[in-house]
Design a protein around this ligand. Sequence first.
Ligand code: SF4
Length: 384
Amino acid sequence: MSSPGFGIYLHWPFCRSKCPYCDFNSHVRERVDHGRWRAALLRELEHYAAEAKGRTVTSIFFGGGTPSLMEPETVAALIARVRELFPVAGDLEITLEANPTSAEIGKFRAFRAAGINRVSLGVQSLVADDLKFLGRQHDGPQALAAVQMAAATFERFSFDLIYARPGQSLDQWRAELDRALEFAAGHISLYQLTIEPGTQFEQAVARGDFRVLDEERAAELYEATVMRLGKAGLADYEISNFAKPGQESRHNLTYWRYGDYLGIGPGAHGRLTRGADKFATRQHRAPEAWLDLVERDDHATRQRDPVSRAERLSELLMMGLRLKEGVALARIEDESALPFAQALDPSRLQRLIDGNFLTLSGNRLTATQQGRQRLDAVLAALVA
Ligand code: SF4
């Protein structure tokens, strides 16, 4: 089995504006004191390094918010400090999420010089009206220019699109996907539009401003997506992520394979195994409170909770069954500390296998395509 790896996630909580569908920990501020933020991120990283001494880092991920709004000096300082504090893998993957506006594209070379070797671009759509609907600050040509610039600057890149937008037909989506594939290289993420609590879109749907696509149409779009991407040689290695062999996001694979990762910055989550125990960490969400706490205490940990064996099993399945490769039975035994036959109820499991939602073969438990599309229900039926 491939090793889950050990990742470091760094959260930059600021954006130019708030997108109406977004429920991430992102905030709009007129002014950001970059020097203060740089020092605080370094400080919290150093604090957590003591908890994970000697672990070999396989990936670093700058997420947000919009981390392409960071100063490249901050990115460079954080990468250099990770290299000082930890042994790192020879093929260390260092990803930065970026928005395709011209100001951010202009910083690509500086980010590469800072050590970034993979960029993930939030393109979201190539259709002008839909970009407006999604509240984005770029247009289609700008997005494609950013993709080309990313291809020319970084070793690897990916970009995201959001589909199942209101009124989107199968033919419209196929045409957009074909256009996107002309520009894709090894990796692309395709997310179905979902309406999250607390977002502007939630209020808009409640007001009746628009309706989300019904489940059947969304499933049709998903199936067409998997088929089209497969034809282009990009396998659906995870529900929303498609890659050529070897081009998968190593950092995200660490989450999905239920490996350990440090979460640094406002609202960041982490998982740390120490001996037989595992801890879930969460940092303070509000940017200013996080900053003050780090300056006072060296960290802004809000929660540091032991994860029970039952929770470890649920989390492992919740993450791992998203992957086409599924979950090794040995990992189920490791995380639950039980033999497989006791970790999962055999009759529940058999019902899901008979219903063509799960398969059990080659020492792995895997969700079928229909199982992956209904993963929440499958998990609820599998573990009480
Ligand atoms: S740019 Fe990204 S993180 Fe920021 S508000 Fe939009 S979707 Fe959320």
